[in-house]
Ligand binder design. Structure first.
Ligand code: ATP
Length: 587
């Protein structure tokens, strides 16, 4: 009210200089000063106050009630009060008031929808199936894309789930667009139609010929996938509509909302509130793309580890360096593994596909009392996997453990079977190899070293978290429901930070046997970074967590936090792991 009054006052004040006595100016002045306008404003003010109070009607049919009362009064003795009441009830003002009251109480005042635009005169037979659709536009996009098909017609290519068009239920994929806001679009390109929509304020009217693809979309079942690659529609020249694309990163969990199209699926981030779906390349399309890019990757230099000269000091182990003897951290065993050329076991087929695109996943929460997931640590040689593992073990020996490895070498003084190693004969070891009892094994200086499946089971059965560091090529062999491995990749920081942080660090020397350790060389750092890149590009789809080992304390804290998270939060595991029948046990 105040605002309206102020506006009127300033209008009068502003108009003063224009009041020149002409009929128009006199009319305007009379109108602005007039009683009618001011009464109207008063009414407006009252209505505003009632709007805020939101009164609820006591009676919705006062008119009928009044009529009944009048009939009743007619049967009574005509006392002066009865006569007066009958007189009041019959007054047109009161009747009008009650009529309006009832209309308001019954909310019988919705504005009628504007009449639909008349069909053009030149309607032909086909026009019989024409649909006129009116949608009210908000800030949100309509959530539909259009394209020109081979017949030259403009059709609705996609309806994005949860968008305005989808929620309206009126427009469907395959509908042919004839007009937008009365403008024929048959001779227009899709890009020319967008500005017509952009210009329209409020309601948009479409004239469409219903297509046949309409009902398909809703039928798709919901699925969750882990994206195994990064995607940004801006960089994708093939996407039919960049604005409709969904940005995601490797590791994101996506809810697939429609697989109706062979090449473009619709998905949304499972953890984001936005209900509207975006376009993503289908598995088939992405696999095709990766396959075409593959030859390039094959020529990528692969330097997982430097060729071993066999000159290293077999006796050097982490005990020697750190003063801590823990089974599974023995340097000799780790060196043997690096020498293992023979990839003794092929993939068991559990991996989603040859070309990592999307992995179907389901939520997983560890039941109390269930075994922990096997924690796999991978990283290039020297990055700090052993250091981090050792710190974790020391931080909570009741909770973490490592599998005791097997070896064919003779026990040294103070070494006890089953503690540092399981000492076995060459014959037994080879028999175990044939029986596929090892997760990984290798030979170093004439002796075998290996980690058995049973030794991992032993740790898990004790309800401890088993920490295992493996070559990335081994992951696929234990990527099973039995172990539910959680793969953590330890990554080196960029070169400068690597040089800075490792100034005082020591590695095993392979040039000078007299000194078991040496400082890192420039080449070691470059190798580490190159190797990490190859590992990430070849095996990155297995990594659920990447820890950059720059500052050791920070990297360790991150690892610890991740371990706690694993025990408390719901995780996403491959769907095949949740179906016990499809498990394949390692023997
Ligand atoms: N963030 C860090 N800052 C400084 N030094 C580090 C860091 N991480 C590891 N180191 C040191 O780098 C050296 C190599 O680490 P570590 O032996 O743990 O590597 P690794 O990944 O286990 O490699 P390998 O398998 O070849 O033994 C050790 O001396 C370790 O203390």
């Amino acid at each position: 009210m105040n605002g309206v009054c102020r506006l009127l006052a300033s209008l009068l004040y502003g108009l003063e200089s224009y009041m020149d006595g002409t009929p128009d100016s006199i009319f305007l002045q009379d109108m602005l000063m007039g009683n009618t306008l001011h009464l109207l404003i008063k009414v407006y003010d009252r209505l505003q106050r009632f709007k805020a109070q939101r009164p609820i009607p006591v009676e919705c049919d006062a008119e009928r009630l009044t009529q009944e009362l009048a009939e009743e009064l007619h049967t009574k003795e005509a006392s002066p009060e009865v006569v007066e009441l009958l007189f009041l009830l019959s007054k047109p003002h009161l009747m009008g008031l009650l009529f309006v009251h009832d209309a308001v109480a019954q909310k019988d005042y919705e504005p009628e929808l504007p009449p639909t635009p008349p069909l053009p005169d030149d309607s032909d037979e086909e026009e019989e199936s024409v649909k006129i659709i009116r949608l009210v536009k908000s800030q949100e996009p309509l959530g539909a894309t259009i394209k020109r098909v081979s017949t030259g017609a403009i059709v609705v290519a996609r309806i994005m789930k949860g968008g305005a068009a989808d929620l309206s239920g009126l427009i469907h994929e395959g509908d042919e667009l004839r007009e937008v806001n009365g403008v024929p679009v048959e001779d227009k390109n899709p890009e020319d139609i967008i500005p017509i929509l952009a210009q329209s304020d409020g309601a948009v009217t479409f004239k469409v010929i219903p297509g046949t693809k309409g009902e398909l979309a809703a039928k798709d079942a919901k699925v969750f996938v882990r994206a195994l690659f990064d995607y940004n529609p801006i960089d994708d020249p093939a996407i039919p509509c960049k604005e409709a694309g969904l940005v995601f990163r490797k590791g994101d969990i996506l809810e697939i909302m429609s697989q109706g199209d062979d090449t473009w699926w619709q998905a949304r981030h499972h953890d984001k509130a936005k209900p509207r779906a975006g376009l993503i390349p289908s598995r088939r399309l992405q696999e095709k793309r990766v396959a075409l890019r593959r030859p390039e990757a094959l020529f990528h230099p692969q330097r997982h580890s430097k060729p071993d000269t066999g000159k290293r000091n077999e006796g050097a182990d982490y005990g020697a360096i750190s003063g801590i003897h823990v089974a599974g951290l023995r340097r000799s065993f780790r060196l043997s593994r690096r020498e293992a050329q023979d990839r003794w076991r092929k993939s068991d087929g559990q991996v989603a596909s040859q070309f990592p695109t999307y992995q179907e996943v389901v939520p997983y929460h560890k039941e109390p009392g269930a075994q922990h997931r096997l924690v796999l640590l991978v990283g290039p040689a020297g990055v700090g996997v052993s250091e981090l593992k050792k710190k974790l073990l020391i931080s909570d020996p009741e909770r973490f453990d490592v599998a005791v490895p097997h070896t064919t070498r003779a026990p040294r003084k103070q070494e006890r079977g089953g503690v540092e190693y399981h000492f076995v004969s060459r014959h037994t070891f080879e028999k175990n190899i044939l029986e596929r009892k090892f997760i990984e094994y290798g030979e170093y200086k004439g002796n075998y070293y290996g980690t058995s499946v049973n030794s991992v089971h032993k740790v898990l059965e004790e309800h401890k978290v088993c920490l295992l560091d493996v070559e990335p090529s081994t992951i696929k062999d234990i990527y099973t429901a039995e172990f539910k491995p959680y793969v953590i990749f330890v990554k080196p920081p960029p070169l400068e930070q690597l040089q800075l942080s490792r100034r005082k660090a020591k590695v095993i020397s392979n040039e000078d046997e007299a000194k078991p350790t040496k400082t890192f060389t420039e080449e070691d750092f470059e190798d580490m970074i190159a190797c990490a890149q190859v590992m990430e590009s070849e095996y990155g789809h297995f990594f659920e967590k990447i820890i950059v080992n720059d500052d050791l304390a920070m990297a360790f804290n991150e690892l610890r936090a991740e371990q706690s998270r694993l025990e408390t939060e719901t995780q996403w595991i491959p769907k095949t792991w949740a179906q016990p029948c499809s498990d394949r046990n390692l023997k």
